[in-house]
Design a protein around this ligand. Structure first.
Ligand code: HEM
Length: 449
């Protein structure tokens, strides 16, 4: 074979290999373009950190996300947060698609490294992946722990705690003391005691430690620590240190719960056990019974579309309920305190109106609604009934610092000091017109619908 034939033969062989490859790559590109997901819009991003720099202005992430969504005019917005893909939902219509239309696909909560450490990998109901185990836990909550009849059974505990709260404030507020009262701390302690007594039947000896640990867990579990955003990097996790702190907290929580179980078991087997009425069953008894009797997988995020945009498998979907609750599209003067906006009862808070979802919605809606309402309603009604509330001298309502603190739940960053003036008749133990006896918190309860 001469040189020319040799070259032509070589060229032909190259072409025979290249042309199919080129055609295949062209076809792949056309197919990919045709099937390229239509991701939601988002702001400009940087390498490595993605969109994190847009959130650096404030530690209050919900505010930064709301601001960004508004500026991008994006009720559904895509963000790359370090190594994580996230979609932020900031409108009621999109929230409805997440929590109703795609309820099943969204039913496994994302678990950041910090949450994984504090929640022991998702053993409890709140972070258990959607599946058989979660269904069992949910059934247990609905039928045994948080049912309407169980919540009713703790009525005496609630009334007792509310009475102590009112008495404590009255003692501090009545002359000659007449001091300012830290209402945040007092209400938090009272509601916690009520919940702990419902769980164990007694005040927990190590209550302060337990409440402090829970408060810390709620503060660090937001999912926005550096270790959460770069989960594959051991270096970032080591420098950030939050996961290590979370592990220590989880150990502490388990220790405290073990202690509570032991204390409860001892009490149940002690001399008073025989006199305990059968209906005197607390939440810990129910759990221990089920543990003895026996009883008690993971389905992930399918890809789906929200308002026409593709949300890919593995994406974290954040419904910014805070932003939706402040959207003038749904609320008249959203930043103004107007309790009368709820008077007609036109807005549902049980997960059907997606512009107001304080308890969430869909499959993972809060199962503790009845328990929560019974406590909140009584405490608020008792304090409003017994006292006139005043701000500390010289402070006007517009000067009140209403800023919130970042955490799993958003609490006011500042403790509220209130001057409580007992309504004089009630302060002196005035008469209940029906019974002729002093008005008590039980009378307040009776007035409730
Ligand atoms: C005013 C008080 C409360 C509020 C505002 C509240 C709010 C919420 C919210 C927003 C969720 C997430 C729902 C979702 O993902 O769609 C939730 C979940 C949950 N809440 Fe509450 N909650 C309150 C009180 C309680 C109480 C008193 C209990 C128990 C005694 C409780 C137990 C739970 C549990 C176990 C979950 C996780 C449910 C699951 O993942 O299946 N909550 N709560």
């Amino acid at each position: 074979m001469d040189d020319l034939s040799c070259n032509l033969y070589f060229l032909a062989r190259v072409l025979v290999i290249l042309i199919p490859l080129l055609l295949a790559s062209l076809k792949l590109r056309t197919t990919m373009r045709k099937h390229k997901p239509r991701l939601p819009p988002g702001p400009w991003r940087l390498p490595v950190i993605g969109h994190l720099h847009h959130l650096a202005k404030t530690p209050l992430i919900h505010r930064a996300l709301a601001d960004l969504a508004r500026r991008c005019n994006a009720p559904v917005m895509y963000l790359r947060l370090g190594e994580l893909d996230a979609v932020v939902v900031s409108s009621a219509a999109a929230a409805g698609e997440v929590m109703r239309t795609h309820d099943v696909a969204m039913a496994t909560r994302p678990m950041s490294a910090t949450v994984r450490a504090t929640a022991a990998g998702g053993l409890g109901i709140a972070f258990s992946p959607y599946g058989e185990r979660w269904r069992e836990l949910r059934k247990l909550s609905a039928m045994e722990l948080l049912s309407a009849s169980r919540v009713r059974s703790f009525r005496a505990v609630r009334e007792d705690e509310a009475t102590s709260l009112v008495a404590g404030i009255a003692a501090a507020a009545c002359p000659p003391g007449g001091e300012l009262v830290n209402v945040t701390a007092r209400v938090a302690a009272s509601v916690s005691d009520s919940a702990l007594r419902a769980m164990m039947g007694e005040r927990f000896e190590r209550r302060e430690e337990l409440l402090e640990t829970i408060t810390q867990v709620l503060k660090i579990g937001t999912g926005f620590n550096m270790g959460d955003l770069f989960p594959s990097s051991r270096l970032v996790a080591a420098i950030d240190g939050t996961v290590r702190i979370a592990q220590a907290m989880q150990r502490k929580l388990f220790q405290l719960v073990d202690y509570a179980i032991e204390q409860h078991r001892e009490r149940r087997s002690g001399p008073s056990a025989a006199t305990d009425a059968e209906e005197d069953e607390h939440l810990l008894d129910v759990l221990l019974r089920i543990h003895v009797e026996g009883g008690l997988g993971c389905s992930l995020h399918e890809p789906c579309k929200i308002l026409g945009y593709d949300v890919l498998k593995g994406t974290i979907v954040l419904v910014n309920a805070w932003a939706i609750c402040r959207d003038p599209k749904y609320w008249d003067e959203p930043e103004v305190f107007k309790p009368e906006r709820f008077e007609e009862g036109a807005t549902d808070f049980m997960g059907t109106d997606f512009h107001y979802t304080p308890f969430g919605a869909g499959r993972r809606i809060c199962p503790g609604i009845a328990f929560a309402l019974a406590n909140v309603e009584l405490v608020l009604a008792a304090l409003l009934f017994h006292f006139d509330w005043h701000l500390p001298p010289g402070v006007t309502p517009s000067e009140l610092d209403m800023a919130e603190e970042m955490g799993v739940t958003l609490a006011a960053s500042r403790k509220f000091q209130i001057k409580f003036i007992p309504f004089s008749k009630r302060c002196k133990g005035g008469d209940n017109p029906r019974t002729g006896t002093p008005v008590t918190v039980v009378d307040v309860l009776a007035e409730l619908p």
